[in-house]
Design a protein around this ligand. Structure first.
Ligand SMILES: Nc1ncnc2c1ncn2[C@@H]1O[C@H](COP(=O)(O)OP(=O)(O)OP(=O)(O)O)[C@@H](O)[C@H]1O
Ligand SMILES: [Mg+2]
Length: 263
């Protein structure tokens, strides 16, 4: 049997801060198989971004293990991380912002620009390579940040609320676009989101976290084939699972906004 691409086994994290000990993650288990799209959903402050910092090897866990293809001592980075905040550099053009991860990893700027240039059409950024972030819409900026993550060609993408700050229509458009991109390119993704329909629409599997210290409260499989289409939102599976997730999250400490948004 092939090992999962990523296995998170018993990860716990406690911060020792000025204000005392803060237990953030408690015995988290999850996995991502090759080509899967997996989401993590949970209350604000529960520890989702902390989990990603550990996966991106920016932070060490207090306990537990992270295995990549069964290997816990892998040296080369296995993931590319898109942080929660849009971190485009205002003084860099689209091509240089998108190539930043490659340059930081030691590639020549000319090579980074070439690789980014090849992917600009896929990210609907043709003709924008010389634009600066202030000249772009919010949706375009998020596509540049996503491009910067994808172009690094790492086996796993870690996306921390990539659409959180966008308006409803732009977010919806990008969700449909990302759904197709992931299938076309065979990407393996771990996504953090607060958006229940987004998690359902995009994912093969969803992990629901509790309030801090975060534990896994529920694991929900989504068997419908990907990429999904608008019709998915009319299926019994969607309606049923949306209700289940909202119920679980409400018990986890989340107060959903009035009604639930569509994707
Ligand atoms: N370096 C740190 N030192 C001490 N406490 C920290 C540190 N980093 C994060 N925390 C605390 O850990 C908890 C989890 O933070 P984290 O950013 O992981 O939450 P989150 O689930 O991503 O929240 P959100 O959904 O709002 O983005 C918070 O209570 C936060 O204050
Ligand atoms: Mg966060």
């Amino acid at each position: 049997m092939t090992r999962p691409l990523l296995e998170v086994a018993g990860i716990s994290k406690t911060f020792h801060s000025r204000l005392g000990e803060v237990e953030v993650l408690k015995d988290i288990d999850l996995h991502v198989d090759e080509g899967e799209f997996v989401s993590v959903i949970g209350p604000s402050g529960s520890g989702k971004s902390t989990l990603f910092s550990i996966l991106a090897e920016q932070l060490g866990p207090s306990a537990g293990e992270i295995r990549f293809h069964g290997d816990r001592d892998r040296r080369a980075p296995f993931s590319a991380y898109m942080p929660q905040k849009d971190l485009l550099m205002p003084w860099l053009t689209v091509e240089d912002n998108a190539g930043l991860g490659l340059v930081l990893a030691g590639r020549k700027r000319s090579e980074a620009r070439r690789r980014v240039g090849e992917l600009l059409p896929t990210f609907r950024l043709e003709g924008r390579s010389k634009a600066y972030p202030f000249e772009l819409s919010g949706g375009m900026r998020q596509r540049v940040a996503l491009l910067r993550t994808v172009v690094q060609d790492r086996p796993l993408l870690l996306l921390d609320e990539p659409f959180g700050a966008l308006d409803y229509l732009t977010r919806t458009e990008l969700q449909f676009w990302l759904a197709e991109l992931c299938v076309e390119e065979g990407l393996s993704v771990l996504l953090i989101t607060h958006d229940v329909p987004e998690a359902l629409f995009l994912s093969d599997r969803i992990y629901v976290l509790s309030n801090r210290p975060a534990t896994v409260r529920m694991v929900l499989d989504q068997p419908a084939a990907r990429p999904r289409t608008l019709e998915y939102f009319e299926t019994d599976q969607f309606t049923h699972d949306e209700r289940r997730l909202l119920a679980e999250l409400t018990e986890s400490g989340v107060r959903p906004a009035t009604g639930s948004s569509a994707a």
